[in-house]
Ligand binder design. Structure first.
Ligand code: UD1
Length: 424
């Protein structure tokens, strides 16, 4: 077991370099097996979610080689794409993005058999839209008793698909299967997140014909096969946003490097409303705050709205802002699990349905708290760094799913933080 021991109260200052985008990596690594040729992907974040997906890909016969810590070579030639193919191990059931293997395998082999996805417990997280998309393309999809999804088709045929909820996962999954379908697929009401564009760009570099990614209508003209490619992934919008919120909550001054400032606009705008200063450069942002912060209102929305994956971290800064802030979570129904933990640190928050009402306090104090999911865990780290005194944060495996070298990066900014290993 591991936990973080943090002594708060320091303003974090210095420079931090952001890793590749975890959620883009999960789509891109899955897409890489859609060709029998080698793909080399650079800027892959070295976090447990990507390593878990790579293990699953390796288990079904693909060759996976780390050329360096952030560069992965994948060759999908060794996968036997018949009915003996099954993606299931204790790890794959833990990650949400295992669902991308359904779209990738169905597209390439017209057959997929993948354990149902797990991931953070932040709401019901159905995959009905993914299934509807595959069925519209001509696949038969069944959910087995053992909690596996089996999708098969004689052939996939391009169609018009309307998503009645904007879904990142469904958009990417349908795009992957459609890339190797016959004819033209149109995905309407598609998600527009930066990682949708990144996965589409990667597939196009493999020979796919996808247009409109980043808008709400994506058009995919199916091709017969895909070829190998070399690709460098985008930086992680949420890791960057987390350090931005950390700079503000600790009244610090951080230069956040290797980012695409355009992807951070919704976050920059809210931090500016709160009284922080955000300066954008070509591929970095500087975030500074001192003195008093102001309350604000936030509603999570699909991109380009404020990301649900940043809701908890900005709340950790809002608890220290003057006045009453309102945070509305409109994507997932169970994303306020960090609230009781922040209250243990002295925050004043009331949750009513999908709304958190935060009354700013002048300071937090250290406490023993538990991370309930990845971003909730990041929020607790931010709060602990801003609090006076010592905190212990448990269940940090959630945090390691999505933040590379989190403690090293925070220490390099002057944060006092240790990873404590215990036997039990
Ligand atoms: C992805 C991200 C996650 C992020 C979320 C929203 C990955 C691996 N994860 O998750 O970090 O928080 O986008 O930006 O990229 N829905 C349905 N039916 C479906 C699919 C989704 O009703 O078949 C609903 C969900 O319950 C949710 C909303 O659609 O209310 C958005 O979910 P979605 O965008 O699909 O999230 P994920 O792909 O799970």
């Amino acid at each position: 077991m591991k936990h973080y021991a943090i002594t708060g109260g320091n303003a974090l200052e210095g420079e931090v370099v952001i890793a590749g985008a975890k959620n883009a990596a999960l789509g891109i690594l899955a897409a890489a097996i859609m060709t029998d040729e080698k793909c080399v992907i650079e800027n892959v974040p070295f976090v447990s979610d990507t390593r878990t997906l790579l293990k699953a890909i390796e288990n079904i016969g693909a060759e996976v080689r780390y050329l360096d810590r952030h560069t992965v070579q994948i060759c999908g030639k060794g996968i036997v794409g018949d009915e003996s193919l099954s993606v299931d191990d204790e790890y794959i059931r833990k990650i949400r993005a295992s669902y991308y293997l359904i779209g990738a395998l169905l597209g390439k082999y017209k057959y997929a058999n993948v354990a149902l996805p797990g991931g953070c417990d932040i709401g019901s997280r159905p995959i009905d839209l993914h299934i509807k998309g595959f069925e519209t393309l001509g696949a038969e999809v069944e959910i087995s008793n053992g909690g596996k999804i089996v999708a098969k088709a004689d052939k996939l045929k391009g169609e018009h698909i309307y998503l009645d909820t904007v879904s990142v996962g469904a958009t990417i999954n349908i795009m992957m299967a459609a890339a190797l379908a016959e004819g033209k697929t149109t995905i309407e009401n598609a998600a527009k997140e930066p990682h949708i564009v990144d996965v589409a760009n990667f597939l196009n570099s493999m020979g796919a014909n996808i247009k409109g990614a980043g808008t709400d209508v994506i058009r995919v003209r199916g091709v017969e096969k895909l070829h190998g490619a070399e690709y460098t992934m985008i930086p992680d919008q949420i890791e960057a946003g987390t350090f931005m919120a950390m700079a503000v909550a600790t009244r610090g001054n951080i230069l956040i490097k290797n980012v695409i400032p355009k992807h951070l606009e919704s976050i920059s705008s809210k931090l500016t409303d709160m009284g922080a200063k955000v300066i954008e450069y070509d591929d970095s942002v500087r975030v500074m705050a001192d003195g008093k912060l102001k309350a604000t209102q936030i509603k999570t929305l699909p991109y380009p709205g404020f990301p649900t994956d940043m809701q908890a971290q900005i709340a950790a800064a809002l608890v220290l802002s003057e006045g009453t802030s309102i945070v509305i979570e409109s994507i997932f129904e169970n994303r306020f699990q960090y609230v009781p933990e922040l209250i243990k640190m002295g925050a004043k928050i009331r949750v009513e349905g999908n709304t958190a009402i935060i009354t700013g306090v002048s300071g937090l104090h250290g406490a023993k708290v538990e991370a309930s999911d990845l971003r909730a865990g990041a929020a607790l780290v931010i709060a602990a760094l801003a609090a006076e005194g010592d905190s212990e944060i448990y269940d940090i495996d959630f945090i390691l799913r999505g933040y590379e070298d989190f403690d090293d990066k925070i220490r390099s900014l002057g944060g006092i933080m240790e990873v404590i290993k215990t036997d039990d």
